[in-house]
Design a protein around this ligand. Structure first.
Ligand code: BGC
Length: 903
């Protein structure tokens, strides 16, 4: 029986499927391979790229390589706005060639200078304020700042058949584009958040199918968004961060079937008015008066004579870039789990899940009904919404009906909620009238997890929902209160978990541009990106994200191009640290030094210790980054820097008996994780960490900066049983406590709510923060054993090394890697342990199975291990090592008992 050839599939460019806009230097190609059998691998590939007319622009020729990701386009220069179909074929391990893949394509972004013909437009009166009803008391400053969303339109005629049409569009603020009465695209909160003074992202849509022969209307509604609306928590400058009012920039390209092209652009030919949307703000919510909607304003035939001329402003030099990130979309809809109605007709709706998005209501009643929707993550003791933790965010949507059947839904706001309070709804409300729409950057799920512990599966879901609720154009800290910033510390702590949960390659690539845009001339990375009223820079564990996150993205996706792009910025950061700290202890330029943020009752980790540990970590990662990008001299330099920092750290903070200064769990964890403890003391130091945990009655005391490394450090020093004890702890502070207290997303604080003390301080008590969910990484890498060989990236060389313990009888899960899906599953029955793995083509893996009698472990064909190795730190245990390639493999042997681990 001959093995069929491999099939290349899942073609992507710049981590996106058939992108309509990609910068030419980001046109990196990738595919995955499908094919049955074991040990399947790519030995060579050939890529062909043509232009739209079918002329060859790049034939890679046959390239001997197993690489199937991050392949740089190597042909003639790509033209701005050009469309390029491409395909690939591969040779397998036996030299058989595949068929050509299905055709994929990419379109290159418009030339940043010559490609744009449009001007910015906005209403002639910058802000149309709503006059408050007389006698309504003192004017509320928030209400005064909230103004109607401008509607913009332009009519045009098409008198020849159109072969294709593209709409390139962006806004300072947010836009919803309309063409002939239809919404363009399925993205929300477009164009997303960047520092609009540094770069402005735009979207490209194929609108060929929306055009009419004859009369057409291109329109848009624009809103304040991040640009001009309320955002962040600085009360003095809570709105208008980048500018006073939103503006639109759009150009529609018509390519005629008979030849010739035409641009319809934003210019003085547009007209503006206002409609139903009386205000729209990310934090405050939206108010619609449906009776004020000009019917069919965005279609031909509408009489726009009383619409006003627009204000036109020339473009400046700020680069317009094709959005490199995934769009924000509605990814799921959910209906209420319950509706409770009180005597005043107030409905409290429970969706059973804390999520980010908004409500869609169906209503059929008289005109003039005023329906109000408030949002909250939890309920107060009286059964009403608890909203104190939203701070100044009003998170309220209001609708005045125009009568008859209507659908009520906001479009330029976002709320973090599990519960909603609905008042003013005319008539009876039923579950079918209410939908929660789940909204976030559309990052497809990549990870799955299941185990014999139901609560652990719930924890896994909390972690993923926390990610969904906070990955909104940038990785934010929380989705509900007046903050929602791209904190670098939170992002780096969670980055690896995020990559396992979902495909975030394009998402992080976009955000890392924001991080680079925000970097100060000194080289300091900022606390948040995009910068919003510069909060600070250089903070340990926050600024270090500028190195850790690119390294993580490379590690997970093999994206060396990203490393190359950011190498300069990372180097400036490293120079900034070294300039300030010539003695290799990082004690100066610590900025806001948040230290081990929110460590429960144990924030005594010295700031310089934490800072120096993170600096050493940066140096080690920089050495790997330099190697990966072909910079051997820099790699040597960073290894030398790492040694100097390590000596300084050891001298200052590590005692001869293995104690790490201050003795906090985080101090031990960082010393061990960053490899700053002399090798001969590692085991002793790890024992001391476990002793500290035991002294805290098997509770953790780590904050944001330490928590993500805690369980990985325990497992890699042979203390997996201690890791499980922390995981299974069910009193505060612990993950399991949160789950038992009803969390459906990870909380900001371990004690966000306790039976004894109720809610934590309303000033900082989000129920949807992902940082403490960084334990997800351990679930994948250690518990399931889905990891990579040290020093490798992109999931080509796997290390499949499960870490079982007696508290679990089975676990299984998967990760859709850059090379395809990797699944593992293990089970313990009596004293037997089985481990099953399923691997895609084009990977090699070492499977390492811990066992009390490793020599007895066998694969399905009865073969003994290829070799035995000692299981790190564990007392008596050894590992059975097998080497495998693609396919399904199963192993079994005598189980490791908990006593096999050091503790
Ligand atoms: C945010 C954090 C952030 C921190 C900085 C908080 O307000 O919610 O998650 O990292 O500030 O200390």
């Amino acid at each position: 029986m001959t093995t069929p050839p491999l099939t290349p599939a899942g073609l992507r460019c710049g981590h996106q499927v058939n992108p309509l806009g990609i910068a030419s230097d980001r046109a990196r190609l990738s595919w995955v391979l499908e094919g049955a059998g074991t040990g399947r691998a790519q030995s060579a590939y050939q890529v062909l790229v043509t232009d739209e007319a079918g002329n060859m622009v790049w034939d890679s020729g046959r390239v001997e390589s197993s690489c199937s990701a991050d392949i740089a386009y190597g042909g003639v220069p790509l033209a701005g706005g050009g469309r390029y179909p491409w395909k690939v074929r591969v040779w397998d391990e036996a030299g058989s060639v595949s068929d050509w893949s299905e055709l994929a394509w990419f379109e290159v972004e418009l030339d940043r200078t010559s490609g744009w013909h449009a001007s910015w437009i906005g209403p002639s009166r910058a802000r149309e304020s709503v006059t408050p009803p007389s006698g309504s008391g003192p004017v509320d400053p928030v209400a005064r700042a909230l103004t109607p969303a401008p509607y913009l339109r332009r009519a045009f005629a098409v008198d020849k058949p159109v072969a294709s049409a593209r709409l390139y569009v962006t806004a300072l603020g947010l836009y919803e584009a309309r063409l002939n009465g239809r919404r363009v695209g399925d993205g929300y909160l477009t164009p997303g958040w960047t520092d609009y003074t540094q770069r402005i992202a735009y979207q490209t849509y194929d609108v060929t199918g929306l055009l009419n022969q004859g009369d057409n209307v291109l329109g848009a509604i624009i809103a304040d968004g991040w640009y001009a609306g309320f955002y962040g928590f600085d009360a003095k400058r809570a709105g208008a961060h980048y500018g006073p009012a939103p503006e639109l920039l759009a150009q529609l390209l018509l390519v005629y079937a008979g030849g010739g092209r035409e641009w319809i652009v934003t210019d003085e030919q547009w007209r503006s008015a206002v409609g139903a949307i009386r205000h729209a703000d990310l934090l405050m919510g939206e108010r619609h008066d449906l009776g004020l909607e000009p019917a069919d304003w965005d279609g031909p035939g509408f009489d726009a004579r009383d619409w006003r001329p627009v204000r036109v402003r020339d473009r400046d030099a700020t680069p317009l870039v094709a959005d490199p990130g995934p769009p924000v979309r509605v990814t799921e809809e959910t209906t209420p789990r319950s509706i409770a109605t009180d005597d005043h007709g107030r409905h409290i709706v429970d969706f059973g899940q804390n999520l980010t998005g908004w409500l869609r209501l169906r209503v059929d009643g008289p005109p003039g009904a005023r329906i109000r929707i408030r949002h909250g993550e939890v309920l107060a003791a009286d059964g009403g919404l608890y909203t104190d933790n939203l701070r100044t965010a009003r998170a309220t949507d209001e609708f005045t009906t125009s009568g008859g059947p209507e659908v009520l839904e906001p479009r330029f706001t976002l709320h973090g909620f599990r519960y909603a309070e609905i008042t003013g709804y005319p008539g009876d409300i039923g579950q079918a009238d209410i939908t929660a729409r789940v909204v976030h950057s559309d990052t497809p799920a990549a990870g799955a997890f299941g185990s014999s512990l139901a609560w652990l599966d719930r924890l896994f879901r909390c972690i993923d929902w926390g990610q969904r609720g906070n990955f909104i154009s940038v990785p934010t800290d929380c989705p509900q209160r007046d903050e929602r910033l791209g904190w670098l510390g939170d992002a780096q702590v969670f980055a690896r978990t995020a990559c396992y949960n979902r495909d975030v390659a394009a998402f992080f690539a976009k955000w890392l541009d924001d991080v680079a845009d925000a970097q100060l001339p000194s080289g300091a990375f900022t606390d948040v990106a995009p910068v919003l009223n510069l909060r600070g820079a250089g903070a340990p564990a926050w600024g270090d994200a500028g190195v850790i996150v690119p390294w993580t993205v490379w590690k997970m996706y093999g994206d060396t191009a990203l490393l190359g792009r950011h190498f300069g910025a990372m180097t400036r950061w490293m120079e900034f640290l070294e300039r300030a700290n010539p003695d290799y202890l990082r004690a100066r330029e610590l900025g806001n030094s948040y230290n081990d943020w929110l460590a429960p009752g144990d924030d005594d980790t010295p700031h310089e210790l934490l800072a120096t540990a993170y600096w050493a970590h940066d140096a080690a990662l920089m050495a790997e980054i330099a190697d990966a990008t072909g910079r051997p001299a820099e790699a040597v330099g960073y290894r030398a820097l790492w040694s100097k920092i390590r000596s300084a750290f050891t001298g200052a903070f590590v005692a001869a008996d293995g104690q790490v200064a201050s003795g906090t769990q985080t101090a031990y964890v960082l010393g061990l994780h960053m490899n700053l403890v002399p090798d001969d003391l590692r085991a002793t130091t790890a024992d001391r960490l476990v002793a500290r945990i035991e002294a805290a009655d098997w509770h953790l005391t780590t904050g944001f900066a330490g928590v993500g490394y805690l369980l990985p450090v325990l497992s890699s020093t042979g203390h997996t049983v201690a890791a499980y004890r922390l995981l299974e702890q069910d009193t505060v502070p612990s993950w399991r406590y949160m789950v038992h207290a009803g969390a459906t997303t990870i909380w900001e604080r371990w004690d966000g709510w306790t039976a004894e003390r109720g809610f934590q301080s309303p000033w900082m008590n989000s129920f949807n923060h992902y940082s403490l969910g960084s334990v997800g990484e351990w679930l994948y890498r250690f518990l399931l054993g889905i990891d990579q060989e040290p020093g490798t990236a992109g999931f080509g060389q796997l290390l499949l090394r499960p870490h079982p313990a007696e508290s679990l009888s089975w676990a299984r899960g998967s990760y859709r890697s850059a090379r395809g899906p990797v699944s593992t599953g293990w089970q313990r029955v009596g004293d037997r342990f089985t481990f099953r793995v399923e691997l895609p083509p084009n990977v090699t893996a070492s499977v390492r199975i811990p066992s009390g009698q490793a020599a007895e472990v066998r694969d399905a064909a009865g073969n003994p291990p290829a070799s035995l190795a000692s299981f790190p730190g564990a007392k008596d245990a050894q590992e059975a090592v097998f080497r495998v390639g693609s396919g399904v493999h199963e192993f079994s042997g005598p189980a490791l008992t908990d006593s096999g681990y050091s503790r």
